[in-house]
Ligand binder design. Structure first.
Ligand code: ADP
Ligand code: MN
Ligand code: MN
Ligand code: MN
Length: 336
């Protein structure tokens, strides 16, 4: 017998890459092998020299197919086995390795918006739904479009063995969130990309798509972010407060570099309104949802724990964001 392996990778679409996947039939008892694809159809190669290589890096059960079938997250390589320029995982893995002794962990809150017929799911054909207010963690009536998809997605993540931690309806109608963590890099990126793939795939069955667009509706409607929660061993231990403040200070020294790598269109979302800090400003504070970095109340109370970088967009690449945070915060702690 054989099983189906769905090979998933990140393409070269600019400015925001897309997920791609294709199915390989693999003999039972064998691991998913190295494979390839036509990079000229994914903005990753020229037609005259089109081969790209898929290197499996993370596999889990495929919750949408039969027992034994798998989802396989891949890095993209050139045929000479060097990493492709679109392969952001490699650098993240190298930084994780370099600072492994500090034991960095991440939990990411992925916000997203369902769309159907060119507008957010459940929105009227013309005009707007009732203003924001009742939707965040709401229940009842016709207020919560998309819940069936969210339920299916959560079960699928659990069946796949991903570190899904919870879900909630968001502030804008049709917008939702799930959280993945707490995981070290680059595994946090592997799992978040697979969870995104499952979301997109399941939404197909409802003639709907889930977009990671950071500001899907302009005006007085919340954008979609990917709050990135981060800690090191020193932050989690007794007396971790000083390490947390040092982390915030280090992040404050590299504001532009972080913001410019936190997802395309960040200036439309980090306006200073709708629970954001303006993208040109930097601040941190306890329980402050208008700050760039929020120190959660549990952390402030225990004087140890983690920090939440609220700036990353929903469409950020978790390999890039986790890599940068490790480089900045662990690098500063190591005196690099
Ligand atoms: P909120 O919506 O209030 O910002 P959530 O409950 O949605 O909070 O998300 C909290 C996130 O914090 C989760 O993704 C969780 O994994 C993460 N987290 C908790 N503890 C740690 C830790 N020690 N290090 C890093 N992340 C953490
Ligand atoms: Mn949240
Ligand atoms: Mn949220
Ligand atoms: Mn948050």
């Amino acid at each position: 017998m054989s099983y189906q392996a769905e090979y998933i990778w990140i393409d070269g679409t600019e400015p925001t890459p897309l997920l791609r996947s294709k199915t390989k039939i693999v003999e039972d008892g064998k691991e998913p092998p190295i494979w390839g694809f036509d990079g000229s159809s994914t903005n990753q190669a020229e037609g005259s020299d089109s081969d790209c290589v898929l290197q499996p890096v993370f596999a889990c059960p495929d919750p949408l197919r039969a027992e034994g079938d798998k989802l396989v997250m891949c890095e993209v390589l050139h045929p000479d086995m060097t990493p492709h320029s679109t392969n952001t995982r490699r650098k993240s893995a190298e930084l994780a390795e370099k600072y492994a002794d500090q034991e960095p962990w991440f939990g990411i809150e992925q916000e997203y918006t369902f769309f159907q017929y060119g507008r957010p799911l459940g929105w009227p054909e013309a005009g707007f739904p009732a203003p924001q207010g009742p939707y965040y963690c709401g229940v009842g009536g016709d207020k919560m479009p998309g819940r069936e998809i969210v339920e299916r997605h959560t079960s699928a993540c659990l069946k796949a063995g991903l570190g899904i931690e919870g879900t909630n309806a968001e502030v804008m109608m049709g917008q939702w969130e799930f959280q993945i963590g707490v995981l070290p890099p680059p595994l946090i990126g592997d799992q978040l990309w697979v969870a995104r793939w499952l979301l997109f795939r399941i939404a197909e069955d409802f003639d709907t798509f889930a977009t990671l667009e950071p500001k899907p509706v302009l005006g007085d409607w919340n954008g979609a972010g990917a709050h990135t929660n981060f800690s090191t061993k020193a932050m989690r231990e007794d007396g971790g407060w000083d390490a947390i403040i040092a982390g915030c200070e280090a992040l404050g020294k590299r504001v532009d570099e972080h913001v410019s790598n936190y997802g395309i269109g960040i200036e439309n979302r980090l306006t200073g309104a709708h629970e954001t800090a303006h993208f040109t400003k930097f601040s941190y504070g306890t329980s402050d949802r208008g700050a760039s970095i929020r120190i959660p109340w549990q952390t402030a109370k225990n004087k140890k724990g983690w920090l939440e970088d609220r700036r990353p967009n929903a469409n950020m690449d978790p390999y890039v964001v986790s890599g940068l945070m490790v480089e900045t915060v662990c690098g500063a702690a190591a005196g690099d």
